[in-house]
Write a protein that binds this ligand. Structure first.
Ligand code: NOJ
Ligand code: CA
Length: 510
């Protein structure tokens, strides 16, 4: 297989609402992103992935899409999106966008048409309307069926504002083929597929989870792959969340998706045996398929890695989010820096969620009345949800909004983020931002796609070399460990003690 850009890419996730605000309304937008493109080029990433940027009532942060062929006016215009794609390309940055095929928005033309057309109409056949509700539960809490004024019920695996499409309907297939072409024709390099494993439903099997990973879903992606292959170097990235690695690997067969997020690695506790198992299992599932592994530490759905790794329980579990659990942030910070060097040294592509490069912690104290995640409302205010990892970025200055934009940010930023701004960290040689910059630069030349060779080490130490001769050593134990023989230290996640690597520290050597 030829070496292509995505196989070893470092991909930066832009959560547009919280990246940079260009017009002062407190919400991130394309204007803000465009002015910050040089920051991303300087950081050294190869691509960006943007969360949904489409017109949306924002019932779920834009994952409720009203029109797949336009841009949310709060974010900008279609013309601006096209300019952004061109500008990113001019800086050598590829663009991946989010496509949401499982569900739409109640504000979409199709759903409005379905409501107006009434029961039994072809317009209702694009969704799941029934005379009686089923008993499935919404992933955000509460029932997965909502009643409309004429008495019928529609299915929504997520928020009631996100009606599920009926993928047995050929019109739905045709629609998404057209949407993919629309964006590929505009120069988009890749599609991140939201909730990729849940499109097909089996209502009759009696399984409360009769929508996860049904065999028929693969035929959908085979069609998408054929379409993507008509273009040059375009990729499909699956959001595929479930534990069975053998089933996960099916999405990466050569005629399906190019890559998928490695959530096993993200969910893995900061423990040597578990991490080694996750890495080995990832390599074992990907290599035979010729698909590059991906390494993900965080995204807009999970608690920030600094906070997670400072907790007593460092694994991630969607069903048990541990929101607000106490965290030793200093410890979490050290581990997150070590984890970054580990993830960036592993073979394949790596994702960096905005703010991860600044070492931002989860914001646990957002007042309830400002929270916007539907998880918060749908859970009857018991699950705080995901707003704490979506707080607008601090760019510069001594107080909020820290250069995010002229107006008050849509979620409040902690006062003590003054130490974490891009400006403050640029000036500090030992900052997490400078660690990411250095690592991403070294990674560009020496790492990315390929394989690794494990080195003999203590069980609480992970040590391996890459083809380029770079060695990565991570000490997950309590005691320092002597570095293996080496010529020079390229980069370390924390101070070394002579030839000893302290606990919760990683190093790159040649
Ligand atoms: C996964 C997305 O990452 C998440 O933010 C969203 O709420 C659900 N899919 C539903 O679209
Ligand atoms: Ca704005």
């Amino acid at each position: 297989m030829p070496e292509t850009w995505w196989r070893g890419a470092a991909i930066y996730q832009v959560y547009l609402r919280s990246f940079a605000d260009g017009n002062g309304d407190g919400i991130g937008d394309l204007a803000g992103l465009r002015t910050r493109l040089p920051y991303l080029a300087d950081l050294g990433v190869n691509a960006v992935w943007l969360n949904p940027w489409y017109p949306s009532p924002m019932a779920d942060g834009g994952y409720d899409v009203a029109d797949y062929r336009d841009i949310e006016p709060v974010f900008g215009t279609l013309a601006e999106a096209e300019r952004f794609i061109g500008e990113a390309h001019a800086l050598g940055i590829k663009v991946i966008i989010d496509v949401v095929p499982n569900h739409s928005s109640t504000a979409s033309a199709w759903f409005e048409e379905a409501l107006a057309a009434g029961p039994g109409s072809p317009a209702r056949e694009r969704f799941w309307f029934r005379d009686e509700p089923g008993d499935w539960k919404s992933i955000f809490g509460g029932p997965a069926w909502t009643q409309v004024p004429d008495g019928q019920w529609y299915l929504h695996l997520f928020d009631p504002g996100q009606p599920d499409f009926n993928w047995t309907n050929p019109e739905v297939h045709a629609e998404f083929h057209d949407v993919l072409r629309f964006w590929f024709d505009r120069g988009v390099d890749g599609i991140r597929i939201d909730s990729a494993a849940v499109l097909v439903k089996d209502f009759d099997g009696g399984d409360p989870d009769g929508y996860t990973d049904l065999d028929e879903v693969h035929e959908i992606y085979r069609g998408w792959r054929r379409l993507a292959d008509e273009y040059d170097e375009r990729i499909l990235v699956g959001e595929v969340w479930f534990p069975d690695q053998e089933r996960f690997a099916r999405y990466l067969r050569p005629d399906e998706l190019h890559t998928a997020f490695n959530f096993d690695f993200l969910a893995c506790p900061w423990e040597p045996a578990a991490l080694r198992r996750s890495i080995e299992q990832t390599l074992d599932t990907h290599i035979p398929l010729g698909a590059p592994p991906t390494w993900v530490l965080s995204n807009h759905d999970v608690a920030r890695v600094v906070t997670r790794y400072g907790r007593a329980e460092t694994s991630w579990d969607h069903g048990n989010r541990r929101d607000g659990a106490p965290s030793d942030l200093e410890l979490g910070h050290r581990r997150a820096r070590a984890a970054a060097l580990l993830a960036m040294a592993l073979p394949g592509s790596v994702y960096v969620y905005q703010g991860e490069e600044l070492g931002l912690p989860e914001v646990d104290d957002i007042p309830g009345e400002l929270r916007q995640d539907p998880m918060w409302t749908r859970s009857g205010h018991t699950v705080p949800g995901r707003d704490g990892c979506r707080v607008p970025l601090p760019w510069a200055g001594e107080e909020p909004p820290f250069g995010f934009g002229a107006g008050e940010p849509w979620l409040p930023q902690p006062e003590d983020w003054r130490k974490l701004t891009v400006e403050a960290q640029t000036a500090d040689l030992g900052s997490t931002l400078n660690l990411y910059r250095a690592a991403l630069r070294l990674r560009r030349d020496r790492l990315g796609d390929g394989t690794l060779t494990w080195l003999q080490s203590r069980p609480d130490v992970l040590a391996f070399t890459r083809e380029s001769g770079l060695t990565c050593v991570v000490n997950l134990g309590a005691d320092p460990v002597r570095l293996p023989p080496h010529e020079s230290v390229l980069l370390a996640s924390g101070p070394l003690d002579g030839d000893e690597l302290p606990s919760d520290t990683a190093v790159w050597l040649t």
